[in-house]
Design a protein around this ligand. Structure first.
Ligand code: NI
Length: 138
């Protein structure tokens, strides 16, 4: 961690009260850590917007009885093998599967991969947790 800097913030009391209520609900012990997290969120969002090297996780839920769908999802992942770090497949019940795909690469490429998986007919749920490599975030 770098040198700590203290700085003052002026804002409306009502806004601060709402913020305090929010962070208390999220179990932050002080405002500083909550503000640090907000800043990190902005920086990570910017990494994605600026098409930098990012990481994250794609989650999918689908019915594995639809063989064509399973093949399509596999083909797409192979097309993006440079971006797929690992894929974990969990059998939720007799019909449904949960797949968690760890990804890394240029943000645009990862978004493209996510878009293709998400739009595959028969996928019941898809989500993308947009994370960071951490190398530019303190
Ligand atoms: Ni399964």
């Amino acid at each position: 961690m770098g040198d700590l800097v203290r700085f003052g913030i002026s804002l409306e009391k009502e806004l601060l009260n709402k913020f305090d209520l929010q962070i208390r609900g999220k179990k932050y012990t002080n405002r500083s850590e909550a503000i640090r997290d907000l800043i990190r969120e902005v920086l990570i969002k910017s990494e994605w917007q600026k098409n930098q090297e990012v990481t994250g996780a794609i989650t999918l839920v689908y019915n594995h009885h639809k063989r064509e769908l399973v093949n399509q999802l596999m083909d797409i992942q192979h097309d993006y093998h440079d971006n797929v770090l690992s894929a974990q497949h969990l059998h939720l019940d007799h019909d449904n599967c949960l797949e968690i795909i760890a990804i890394k690469g240029r943000a645009s490429r990862v978004e493209e991969l996510f878009g293709k998986l998400k739009s595959t007919k028969g996928v019941k749920y898809s989500g993308l947790a947009r994370a960071t490599t951490g190398s530019k975030i303190i």
